[in-house]
Design a protein around this ligand. Structure first.
Ligand code: BTN
Length: 269
């Protein structure tokens, strides 16, 4: 059963998102589910249909089992977010650059809200006013001999302060909160697909351009941060970010250490 009253929000509209999209790869086919388990799972199902489904985009108004990085749940009230997954065969870009391209595309799609512009917190959280407004989960999978990627994106749009409880009250935000208006999810969704298409193409031709763009909107560079790695905490200044190697920190206790995204959590920034 569809659990929520969607009359409060303008629903995602496939025709609007598809119209004059101008994207060469992403969004040739777009499907909007009212409710599903996880859009990443649906996209992975479509991967069994073969390469003809490359660039397919699955949106959902609600997920019953949305997931985030590190096994976290990703929950959102119906119609309040942009929840989508993109299926990509052979992206042609290295996975690390793919993740960066997604982060840049999401940040640019959100753009400026109120006083603040969207920034990236390593590796691929998108923040507004230092709070998380969007997350990205890139999953490499295979069906038979075919490898593919599913890129899951969640963007908080219509949440109000009271929607974020517990730890999230301190760490999460939405576009509406930051802009003090009601945003147009269809326009943002359309912009997202155009930006993803653009940055995937850039990533193929000139990965360095993506890395530079990503660095220019990263909030950690030059900041004093604390990370946790292998059960230990490390504090120092973030002096660099390398897409493949990770976060480079000039440690307070001396020396320079590189921390890889898969095994590192930012505790304080
Ligand atoms: C993160 O932990 O920051 C990543 C969150 C990714 C959430 C999105 S919502 C759409 C897609 N489907 C999922 O189950 N997860 C991703």
């Amino acid at each position: 059963m569809f659990p929520v009253d969607m009359t409060r929000y303008v629903a995602l509209d496939t025709d609007f998102i598809k119209a004059n999209l101008g994207a060469s790869r992403i969004g040739k086919e777009i499907i909007v589910y009212k409710s599903t388990s996880s859009t990443n799972d649906i996209a992975a199902e479509y991967a069994k249909g073969g390469e003809k489904n490359d660039g397919l985009v699955i949106f959902a108004e609600y997920q019953t089992a949305g997931r985030g990085r590190r096994g976290n749940k990703w929950q959102s009230g119906a119609g309040k977010s942009i929840l989508c997954s993109i299926l990509l065969y052979e992206p042609g870009i290295k996975p690390d650059a793919l993740v960066l391209a997604c982060a840049v595309a999401v940040a640019e799609s959100i753009g400026r809200c109120g006083r603040t512009a969207a920034k990236i917190k390593w590796p691929n959280d998108v923040l507004l006013d230092d709070k998380k407004a969007a997350g990205i989960l890139v999953e490499g999978m295979s069906a038979g001999k075919q490898n593919f990627f599913v890129i899951g994106i969640g963007i908080n749009c219509h949440q109000k302060e009271e929607d974020f409880t517990g730890e999230l009250a301190r760490t999460a935000t939405s576009i509406d909160i930051q802009s003090s208006t009601v945003c147009d999810r269809n326009r943002i969704a359309k912009r997202l697909l155009v930006n993803l298409d653009h940055y995937f193409a850039v990533g193929l031709k000139n990965p360095n351009e993506i890395v530079e763009k990503w660095r220019s909107i990263s909030i950690l560079l030059g900041k004093r941060i604390t990370v946790e790695h292998s059960g230990r905490q490390f504090t120092g200044n973030c002096i660099g970010i390398e897409p493949a190697e990770g976060l480079i920190i000039q440690l307070q206790r001396g020396g320079v250490k590189i921390f890889h995204a898969a095994s590192t959590t930012i505790v304080k920034s």
